[in-house]
Design a protein around this ligand. Structure first.
Ligand code: PMV
Length: 306
């Protein structure tokens, strides 16, 4: 018997950075779901043997530590469920594009495992909010992949956010393919050493409130301004940690400068953010996608709607 589930990735505009215990975020965060960037997990029940992981056909193998983390979380989800399982997973987006796959893959694993276990036990699949909380303990940002197009995560509350913004598309400008040197887990630990961390939580809380309002009233410009401030805030934490670290590549700064100039020239532009990586996410109104793609024709672009 085999069960399959897929889940989307998400991009945070208010960043989850700094955690305690089992991925309890020190501050609220807010994201747009990226429905075109998905992970799929297939779970096959076998007669015997240890649980194992394999890539889905056509997908790249995981690194040893990622395989161990994936299987370890599956053991936790499995609890007392008897039997041996073969897990297969893969992403539909390139693994070297610097897009975080832990959000989509842990969300897909949580959903696939609970679909399988609910079936085996003859019980219903838990509701999305519970699945999101469970998934969070495997990968914090994965909890935001259960709600679309906008999701807020505040303490133990994870749920959808109302928005009057136009439909947006994320144009990911891929400026670097290198594997990141500092994992997000390490970043969560190290930012606590930054002198800027002392008042990081109130800053994020304030922006969260302002962005909730901006979304609810459809204020595109305010969303872009808050997102811009938040991107610099998170990366400034990285740059002022002990020891300091950074994800920017030369192309990152070129795209940031382009975005700034575009706003200055047109009084309009993309909602810009960057994850723990070098690539720049430009969220633009869906109906203006072609215009922005033409402006960025010299770059490699990946595209996802919410
Ligand atoms: O879920 P983690 O532990 O990979 O942390 C993700 C942290 C950021 O991607 C940098 C920000 C976020 O909110 O997604």
């Amino acid at each position: 018997m085999t069960w399959t589930a897929s889940a989307p990735s998400n991009i945070a505009l208010i960043k989850y950075m700094g955690k305690e215990g089992a991925n309890q975020s020190v501050n609220p965060s807010l994201s747009m779901t990226l429905s075109a960037f998905r992970s799929t997990v297939e779970i096959e029940r076998r007669k015997e043997g240890p649980d194992q992981w394999q890539p889905l056909p056509g997908s790249s193998p995981l690194r040893a530590e990622s395989t161990a983390r994936f299987l370890e979380f599956f053991q936790k989800l499995k609890g007392e469920v008897p039997g041996s399982f073969l897990l297969r997973s893969g992403n539909n987006f390139p693994s070297d594009a610097g897009l975080a796959s832990s959000a989509s893959s842990f969300a897909a694993l949580t959903l696939a495992a609970h679909t399988a276990f609910a079936d085996i036990r003859g019980l219903p699949i838990p509701p999305a909010e519970e699945l999101a909380r469970i998934s969070r303990s495997g990968s914090g940002s994965s909890c935001r992949s259960f709600f679309s197009p906008w999701c807020a995560w505040e303490g133990d509350k994870i749920g959808p956010l109302p928005s009057r913004l136009p439909d947006l598309v994320d144009l990911v400008v891929v400026v670097d393919h290198a594997h990141k040197k500092v994992s997000s887990s390490e970043a969560h630990r190290r930012v606590r050493t930054s002198p800027l961390f002392a008042d990081r939580v109130p800053r994020a809380q304030q922006r969260m409130q302002a962005m909730r309002q901006a979304l609810a009233s459809g204020d595109y410009r305010a969303t872009a301004e808050i997102s811009w401030a938040e991107l610099w805030d998170m990366h400034s934490l990285f740059h002022t940690s002990t020891p300091p670290f950074f994800y920017f590549a030369p192309g990152t700064l070129a795209v940031l400068r382009w975005a700034e100039d575009f706003w200055e020239k047109h009084g309009h532009g993309p909602i810009t953010t960057i994850d723990a990586g070098p690539n720049v996410h430009l969220l633009v109104p869906a109906e203006e996608t072609a215009r922005f793609r033409a402006e960025l024709k010299d770059f490699q672009i990946l595209e996802s709607g919410a």
